[in-house]
Design a protein around this ligand. Structure first.
Ligand SMILES: O=C[C@H](O)COP(=O)(O)O
Length: 315
């Protein structure tokens, strides 16, 4: 059990952080990949599929993170977030929209006051994170002041890979403070972390530093989210809760485009950490173009026919 005294002891120096992170059991790479592959082939009944599609929709962080984003595009995204299919009121809304900081105010206004759909904003010099801590804190404060409910920060992968864990830890603590009441998602950018052991260490580091969620990727680096990486992160949040009593969310993001993909992630969650995480408060899918496929599959189940991608507004 990691009580408060032990947690502050771990965080007290670079050396103790390193000792702790390098003392975590190593990930069995072949085993993790085999387990993720086996779960990915599970077939589920149509009724379960229907339920899974709606659950997946409700877990989406509907994302636009392009240099050419405009207020108009963000308003359209927000309308879609609130009513994914205007012709069908039974379709659930998504969990959040995810935008760059300068578009947070637009999103907030478009969603309206007290919207059930949250506004998440990337910050801290997304996607590379190559700015000073002062700039990262200011970026975060600005996003929150504009109305962001959630902040998706990137870690400094250069510092992490060089083993400067204390620096990464302190940065997460500082950004968490700058974020105030906004929920903090810590993006590990697993595609740059090279090994599953590093993914496990970065997950623990982010949780120890106070992240509310751990997120795989920016969507700007390949590979983005993968099932084995998400499995390692799910095991980390499971073990962290067992050790501290604190539950942390998980968000695979980037490259998740089909209902099939989304359902594989839900099966993985169900089999690894169970029901407690099968909720938008604890599991999100970061995606720019998954929603339409979910809507098409939903309609196929309901009517036996595909409406075709043109039926739905563009993601
Ligand atoms: O956080 C979400 C990602 O940036 C979206 O990536 P995607 O465009 O591959 O869905």
């Amino acid at each position: 059990m990691l009580d408060d005294a032990r947690l502050s002891d771990i965080a007290s120096s670079e050396a103790s952080l390193r000792r702790f992170l390098h003392g975590l059991p190593g990930v069995d790479q072949t085993g993790a990949e085999a387990r993720a592959a086996a779960l990915a082939t599970r077939s589920i009944k149509t009724t379960a599929k229907q339920y899974a599609i709606d659950l997946a929709i409700s877990m989406i962080d509907l994302t636009t993170l392009e240099g050419q984003d405009t207020p108009g595009k963000v308003r359209a995204l927000c309308a879609k977030a609130l009513r994914p299919d205007p012709s069908d009121r039974t379709v659930p809304r998504v969990a959040a929209v995810c935008v760059y900081p300068d578009l947070v105010a637009t999103a907030k206004e478009a969603l309206g006051p007290n919207s059930p759909v949250k506004v998440a904003s990337v910050a801290t010099g997304f996607p590379s994170g190559r700015t000073s801590l002062a700039v990262k804190e200011a970026d975060t404060r600005e996003a929150v002041a504009a109305g962001a409910d959630e902040v998706d920060m990137v870690i400094d992968r250069g510092a992490f890979l060089a083993g400067r864990y204390g620096e990464v830890f302190d940065e997460i603590v500082a950004v968490k403070q700058a974020a105030g009441d906004a929920h903090l998602k810590v993006i590990l950018e697993t595609g740059e972390l090279a090994t599953y052991d590093n993914v496990r260490r970065a997950s623990w580091l982010a949780m120890l530093a106070g992240g509310d969620f751990i997120k795989t990727s920016t969507g700007k680096v390949a590979p983005a989210a993968t099932l084995p990486v998400t499995l390692v992160m799910l095991e980390a949040v499971r073990d962290f809760r067992e050790a501290t009593g604190r539950q942390i969310g998980v968000k695979p993001a980037g490259g998740i485009r089909t209902s099939k993909d989304a359902i594989k992630y839900l099966v993985l969650v169900n089999e690894t950490v169970g029901d407690d995480w099968l909720d938008p408060d604890w599991f999100r899918l970061g995606a720019s173009s998954l929603l339409n496929d979910l809507l098409m599959q939903r309609q196929k189940i309901a009517t036996g026919r595909y409406a075709g991608p043109d039926y739905f507004t563009l993601d």
